[in-house]
Design a protein around this ligand. Structure first.
Ligand SMILES: C[S@@+](CC[C@H](N)C(=O)[O-])C[C@H]1O[C@@H](n2cnc3c(N)ncnc32)[C@H](O)[C@@H]1O
Length: 282
């Protein structure tokens, strides 16, 4: 990159390609797998190719999620996606399983790439509201920024379950990540209003966010979740992802004063800078 940076022709070619890919790349498209001999490429072609790669990484929400997404792609070939784990966990804890339940729960999926995942096929939910910044399935996935979604004023606008898989790491500012988590609690039903008296939050982030960050680890996430009124029901680490199923204990359990800044927890030059900043609610 430093060679490209010193040559304006190469830098312009790199920038142009990166911007083009960031604007047009569809997240549920597979990256082309063509094998190219780098030695045969001109510097110009190489600059364009790096632009393509960087554009795709930017579109996928940064390096950590890019790495996780490529692993997830492999998982999906084997028949799995993160929502499968969520559905398996719902079965394990025995919630919402009776087929003849008169009222079924409703779910919100934030950052939805596809309507054809296990949240849909499990048939547990009466209704699933799917939102994404860039809807890949207009009509089934609402194109909406979660931060712009109006806060609920009625019970029907709240959910028994919210799924937020690989989205918080996609949000670029640490303060915004904290705001997203705090905002999620405002869309959950109070347990007394929820189907079966319980409401749940399914949360997934790339494993390096808890295993290799300078500013974040599992303990920090657990502390943040506790401050938001969540109790952990299930936790799992796969090769590349960390998964939680959390139960929300209601707005009376939320600590509105809780705040935590960017403080180094683990030293070392090879660590990433993933961080969640929590601000007290004003
Ligand atoms: C890496 S994808 C993850 C998709 C899927 N949940 C999964 O686990 O495979 C992250 C998605 O979150 C979406 N996203 C990021 N910030 C968002 C926001 N503020 N509101 C709605 N969607 C958002 C992005 O557009 C992107 O499609």
């Amino acid at each position: 990159m430093s060679i490209i940076g010193r040559n304006s022709t190469l830098f312009n070619a790199y920038q142009k390609e990166k911007q083009k890919v960031t604007a047009n790349f569809k997240l549920n498209e597979m990256t082309s797998q063509t094998q190219i001999s780098i030695e045969k490429l001109s510097s110009y072609d190489l600059a364009v190719m790096i632009g393509t790669i960087d554009g795709e990484i930017a579109k996928r929400g940064g390096l950590e999620v890019y790495q996780a997404a490529s692993i997830k792609g492999q998982d999906q070939k084997r028949g799995g996606d993160s929502s499968k784990r969520m559905v398996d966990w719902l079965k394990e804890i025995g919630i919402w399983q009776t087929k003849d339940m008169k009222i079924k729960p409703v779910a919100l999926e934030i950052g939805s790439l596809s309507s054809r995942n296990y949240i849909t096929s499990c048939k547990i939910f009466e209704r699933i509201t799917r939102i994404d910044l860039n809807s890949q399935e207009p009509g089934l996935i609402i194109q909406q920024d979660f931060f712009e979604r109006p806060l609920p004023t009625k019970l029907v606008e709240r959910f028994d379950l919210i799924s937020c898989s690989l989205v918080v790491n996609f949000v670029s500012k640490p303060e915004q990540r904290g705001r997203m988590l705090r905002r999620i609690t405002k869309f959950l039903k109070e347990p007394d209003d929820a189907v079966g008296g319980r409401c749940l939050f399914f949360f997934v982030i790339p494993l390096p966010c808890v295993k290799n960050s300078r500013y974040c680890d599992k303990q920090r996430i657990d502390e943040i979740m506790k401050s938001l009124g969540f109790e952990c029901r299930k936790y799992h680490e796969s090769h590349k992802l960390a998964y939680w199923l959390l139960e929300w204990k209601g707005s009376n359990s939320v600590d509105n004063e809780y705040a935590i800044g960017k403080r180094e927890l683990h030293g070392g030059s090879k660590r990433n800078n993933f961080c969640i900043i929590m601000e007290a609610e004003s």
